[in-house]
Design a protein around this ligand. Structure first.
Ligand SMILES: [Zn+2]
Length: 304
């Protein structure tokens, strides 16, 4: 048994993004067209409902904690039900929220060595004192147990695997490292319950398809509807491919790619504010719903 709490479904910037005046962001700001606000992508997971682990620490983390009673302090003067944070990459929208967690509560930070070295290289993350925050490297394809701050088992088991991705934008231009693992996916398990978290992914490779086949639930990268929508919308010069994000639509897109993969519940996460599927009445949303995909409002809790 597991409880999974959606803390945010949006890509970097959120919906609305602070400086964006596009139709979707305007609607979300003003409350119109049924477009709700959404924080930057993250979920929390718990085996017992008392201790929670965050997958990524988004820049919206302080608000996400405030908005979700599951993550509020429960007893004493200082307490948090957050027992750990798993990082899937070193992007700003995955790590900036760590700076919110600097007030001396104990938790464990789990990340691949490449991401831990980014944190080490940026001394601002030293606000997370090693006295309170243990940093534990994640090794690919080696299942490990998530533990509570007092060392007891949480009941949750994690297996990390590499997915096609790229280095964070702010590190682009450095010498390319052919061995770099920039983006990981996660399998989270408790007994018979399990789900996958793949919120950034450049391609559904045959290996990935085989891994996900038969899964009860997958959170998957929903950044863009169309590979060139940010260019067409006048928002950016970048395609989804350039950002290492697979589009929802198109022959290589996630909707088509998952047609041959048996997954019970498919949920999009990391959806950019340029994506027309944010409109609940849009043909794009209709299309993805027909194909068995979901977009969930922030605060949705799933029992698995
Ligand atoms: Zn916008």
């Amino acid at each position: 048994m597991m409880r999974i709490l959606v803390l945010g479904a949006a890509a970097g910037g959120g919906v609305p993004q602070w400086n964006c005046n596009c139709g979707i962001c305007r609607s979300a700001r003003q409350g119109g067209n049924g477009i709700g606000r959404s924080a930057q992508a993250s979920v929390a997971v718990s085996a017992d409902g008392d201790h929670w682990f965050l997958i990524n620490a988004s820049p919206d983390l302080r608000q996400q904690i405030t908005d979700n009673p599951q993550l509020h302090p429960r007893h004493g003067l200082r307490h948090s039900p957050i027992s750990g944070v798993l990082l899937t990459n070193g992007d700003v929208d995955a790590i900036a929220g760590l700076l919110t967690m600097r007030e001396g509560s104990p938790f464990t930070l789990y990340a691949h060595d490449n991401v831990l070295s980014i944190l080490r290289a940026n001394s601002i993350f030293n606000v997370l004192s090693p006295v309170h925050v243990k940093r534990q490297p994640i090794r690919l394809e080696e299942p490990f147990a998530l533990t509570l701050p007092d060392g007891r088992p949480s009941g949750l088991k994690v297996t990390a695997f590499a997915v096609p991705g790229k280095v964070p934008l702010y590190l682009e231009g450095g010498a390319p490292d052919p061995d770099a693992v920039d983006t990981i996916g996660l399998l989270i398990e408790n007994g018979d319950s399990r789900f996958y978290y793949v919120a950034a992914c450049a391609e559904v490779t045959p290996d990935l398809a085989e891994r996900l086949a038969g899964a009860p639930m997958v959170f998957f990268d929903g950044t863009l509807w169309q590979d060139d929508e940010m260019i067409k919308g006048g928002l950016s010069a970048k395609t989804g491919r350039r950002m290492a994000h697979l589009a929802m639509s198109g022959a290589q897109g996630s909707i088509e790619s998952f047609k041959s993969i048996a997954v019970d519940r498919k949920i999009y996460l990391h959806i950019n504010n340029s994506n027309p599927a944010w409109h609940p009445d849009s043909p794009e949303r209709h299309h993805l719903t027909q194909a068995g995909w979901e977009i969930l409002p922030d605060g949705t809790e799933i029992s698995l």
